[in-house]
Design a protein around this ligand. Structure first.
Ligand code: DX5
Ligand code: ZN
Length: 235
């Protein structure tokens, strides 16, 4: 794989103790997290509600880590500016949530933050290939979006391999840098390993990391094992 991106460990804020959000963000930062993944749910696109821009702004004040905002909302275009103002460094939205995928991606770029496209487990990943020149990252959902603590859907591994293949064929502008392939949902040390082997370099993990008795050991363990296998063919 030319221009190989680094392994990025991204704890999902949804699994943090919301009564002590600032401390929890510091805990993730001190444990060696590379960024924080922030799930935004609207109760329509997914059957759950989570947080809004005000909470993201509070997270922004409590940590220096990059904030990756994962919008699980209909009409994502309408919310981009508010999350940029709140301090997002990357904004991803769902392919299934809008008919204006390209327009929304270009708008996120115009706001000077990184742009990502997320895809539900049932959506063919081939539909994303035409957008790969315009995105910084692709989030492959390895659970049905809406809740933390679900089990990893094993078919996601093949989907990661497929996206890695499309990424290797995509004609991306040099200044865009390598495409981040993100996996989100049910990521533990074991599932991280198979996902990294299949080509995922960004590992989003909520329940496993935040409930670990030693988050620092959990993050470094995940990083080291993923580094060793990243992009290597499955046996
Ligand atoms: C699910 C969210 C995930 C979730 C991951 O809708 O997008 O980011 O927080 O949590 P775990 O790691 O607990 O599956
Ligand atoms: Zn997420």
């Amino acid at each position: 794989m030319k221009n190989k991106p680094p392994i990025v460990i991204c704890p999902s804020v949804l699994a943090a103790d919301f009564a002590h959000l600032g401390d929890e963000m510091k805990r993730a930062e001190n444990a060696g997290a590379d960024c924080l993944h922030v799930d935004i749910m609207d109760g329509h696109f997914v059957p759950n509600l989570s947080m809004g821009p005000k909470v993201v702004a509070a997270i922004r004040r409590s940590t220096k880590l990059p904030l990756h905002v994962h919008l699980m909302v209909y009409n994502p275009f309408d919310y981009v500016e508010r999350f940029v103002e709140a301090g997002a460094d990357e904004i991803s939205f769902h392919f299934e949530a809008t008919e204006d995928v390209e327009e929304t991606l270009l708008f996120i770029h115009r706001c000077n933050v990184r742009a990502g496209l997320a895809v539900n487990p049932e959506t063919p990943v081939s539909l994303l290939s035409r957008y790969l020149p315009f995105v910084n990252s692709v989030i492959i959902m390895s659970v049905n979006p809406g809740f933390g603590g679900q089990s990893f859907i094993t078919e996601s591994v093949e989907r990661i391999q497929e996206v890695s293949h499309y990424a290797s064929l995509a004609e991306r502008p040099k200044e865009a840098g390598p495409l981040s392939i993100v996996v989100d949902g049910g990521i533990t040390n074991e599932t991280a390993l198979v996902c990294a082997r299949a080509g995922a370099n960004v590992l989003v993990s909520g329940t496993y990391l935040f409930s670990s008795p030693n988050m620092s050991a959990a993050i470094s363990g995940m990083r080291e094992s993923a580094r060793a296998v990243f992009g290597k063919d499955l046996p």
